[in-house]
Ligand binder design. Structure first.
Ligand code: ADP
Length: 612
């Protein structure tokens, strides 16, 4: 009986297909392109008279790690369904739409009846009636950097874990980061001359302390600085304590100093651990946007280098993609698991084990952002997955939140999409930020929130990063090709291309070069000036503020226990990464988020496993 059904079904499908393709196509291979996130996505589509034979993505500039799943799955889905009405991949919607759009174009060229190839293939979504029970030592919600760091730690310690990920792919917002990690790293820093102003360190240690712990930290850095000065060395001065002091100061001294010190003292070990897992790093440390001290390094392969390293020890079977956690299970005052469902099949699950929430921030939840913050309506650099789920789930069971009025607006957004473009925005030491009138208006090495606030006061809420050939990288030229940056042999030409006042820009660059010559930025107090802007070709990157990081979140301690509103630990519940609050205070230092998620992801994995 079952065989007969299958035969009838197959015949029915064939009948529909041939009816749909009655007009016939001109057999051959067609190429077409459509715009994705970073530029054109080009496909090659081969058809015979009545069907799509193959689809291949042959060229694209989409972000590695984010585009992998749609590129691997959508072409096959289109061939299998003989339809362009296939599902987009959550978290990679623009890449998905570009592939579908380009295939539609190629089919049109082949003379296809597009309506016939657009029959919906989606089933109606229904939640299952049965709830499947699963268990592991640790249930981790979220497969971004923090969740995967926790999962790797559990696996390495011989425990079992299940990682729930609501999107069709792992990586979360971490996959969209600049992959910048901060750590005091003597091996790297002692190879470089200090060009940042040491006065910054004196200012930090001489400021009026706000607590005994703050005073003790200042004292420790003071002793380190005295020893450095006495040694006569001129390499980059740094230590985990100075990193902690910078983090506390930059966050307006409202963050939890214990959390900060745990993060900073674990920073180098976190980076080394990632290196052991196969993630390679830039040799030179540098001063990143809003980083405030030269202690940043980047994964050589960008964020996918970090995600791939973190995924290496986590078996595929341990990660449930397309599975959204909805509710924490509480039994006799202890969190014993989490409820979830498969967003494609509708299967419901109850997953039992100690729970780590690693669901990221809420920067892409526009309603929540508007409810919590009185800021202008802005785009976001965040993945669509950053909707605050874990924070809200924990709040439902009485978890305390902290720092909820703090949000970071990053100055390096693409003015059209909000996507982060720090990787081709130049270097803060060797670029200048100007407005449409060609004038500098902010300190390029300053805090991200200050630069963003200053930009919002400029014409069209836009600033332009200007740099010369010596600061350019391969990604600068790719950005030019994709229309996200301009390049010209003269400043006048550059200004004209970008719509900046040419005379204003020429005067500003002449002034800036005088300041570099004098070795000090007396106009805006830039922390370090190194290179003049003088070698053609010149580059210009338009940038607008974009919502980037939510500093508030679940209240945790240094063991990543989540606290309730009565100030007690919620047994069985842990949290790590952007879902937590209290670490970055009022403003997060650039490069500290990766440090945070790796350090605390590891701690959460260790403790949730030990607490069986
Ligand atoms: P972090 O930097 O703190 O690791 P990320 O944004 O990189 O944060 O990762 C968070 C991950 O959590 C994302 O991949 C996101 O899709 C996932 N996530 C968020 N909410 C849920 C949920 N309700 N169920 C399952 N996964 C979730």
């Amino acid at each position: 009986m079952r065989k007969l059904w299958s035969l009838l079904l197959a015949l029915a499908m064939l009948a529909t297909a041939s009816a749909a393709m009655a007009d016939g196509m001109t057999p051959g291979t067609y190429t077409a392109e459509a715009t994705g996130n970073n530029g054109p996505v080009k496909v090659e589509v081969t058809v015979n008279e009545d069907s799509i034979v193959s689809v291949e993505v042959v060229e694209h500039a989409e972000t590695a790690g984010i585009c992998d799943t749609p590129i691997a799955t959508i072409p096959g889905a289109i061939v299998e369904a003989q339809s362009v009405a296939v599902d987009t991949i959550s978290g990679a919607t623009n890449t998905s739409k570009a592939i579908i759009g380009a295939v539609t174009d190629a089919l049109t060229q082949a003379g296809a009846d597009i309506a016939a190839f657009s029959q919906a293939t989606q089933k109606e979504f229904v939640l299952s009636e049965d709830v499947q029970d699963l268990s592991a030592d640790v249930i981790i919600v979220g497969a971004g950097g923090a969740g995967l760091a926790a999962a790797t730690t559990v696996q390495q310690a011989g425990g079992s874990c299940i990682v729930l990920e609501k999107m069709a792919m792992i990586g979360g917002n971490t996959a969209r980061s600049g992959s910048t990690l901060n750590a005091a790293d003597p091996e790297r820093q002692q190879k470089l001359e200090l060009t940042a102003d040491i006065q910054e360190v004196y200012d930090a240690i001489e400021a009026e302390p706000v607590s005994e712990a703050h005073a003790a930290l200042q004292q420790k850095v003071k002793e380190q600085l005295e020893a450095y000065v006495a040694s006569g060395e001129t390499y980059i001065f740094d230590s985990p304590e100075l990193h902690a002091l910078n983090t506390f100061d930059a966050g307006d001294r409202v963050a939890d100093l214990d959390l900060i010190q745990t993060m900073c003292s674990g920073a180098l070990a976190a980076r080394t651990w990632l290196s052991e897992l196969g993630c390679e790093w830039t040799e030179q440390v540098y001063l990143t946007i809003g980083g405030l001290w030269p202690r940043s390094m980047n994964a050589l392969e960008g964020p996918s280098g970090i995600i791939n390293a973190l995924k290496k020890n986590v078996p595929d079977e341990a990660i449930m993609l397309n599975t959204k956690a909805t509710e924490l299970i509480v039994e006799e005052g202890r969190v014993t698991g989490v409820r979830a469902y498969d967003v494609v099949s509708g299967q419901q699950y109850a997953l039992y084990g100690n729970v780590i929430l690693a669901t990221g921030g809420y920067g892409a939840n526009a309603a929540l952002v508007a409810q919590l913050h009185s800021i202008p309506e802005l785009m976001t650099s965040n993945a669509a997955s950053s909707t605050g789920d874990g924070m809200l789930m924990a709040q439902e069971i009485g978890a305390a939140l902290t720092g909820m009025d703090k949000i970071q607006i990053h100055p390096h957004g693409n003015p059209q999409t909000g996507a982060l473009q720090s990787h081709f925005a130049g270097s803060v030491t060797n670029s200048i930020y100007v407005n449409k009138e060609g004038h500098r208006f902010t300190e390029e090495t300053g805090r991200r929130d200050t630069i963003s606030e200053d930009t919002l006061k400029q014409t069209d809420h836009v600033m332009f990063s200007i740099y010369d050939a010596r600061t350019a990288s391969d990604s600068s030229d790719s950005a030019v090709e994709l229309g996200n940056a301009y390049k010209a042999d003269t400043i006048e030409e550059l200004a004209e291309l970008a719509g900046i006042d040419a005379q204003g820009l020429a005067d500003e660059i002449a002034r800036y070069n005088e300041l570099v010559e004098a070795g000090k930025d007396t106009d805006f107090g830039k922390k370090a000036v190194e290179l003049k802007i003088e070698e053609a070709p010149f580059y210009c990157v338009p940038l607008s503020p974009t919502i980037h990081h939510t500093m508030g979140g679940l209240k945790i301690d240094t063991d990543t226990h989540v606290y309730n509103e009565a100030g007690e630990v919620i047994d069985g519940l842990y949290a790590a990464g952007e879902v937590t609050g209290g670490i970055h205070g009022g403003n997060r230092i650039g490069g500290n988020a990766i440090t945070d998620i790796i350090v605390y992801g590891r701690i959460a994995g260790e403790n949730a496993l030990a607490d069986k």
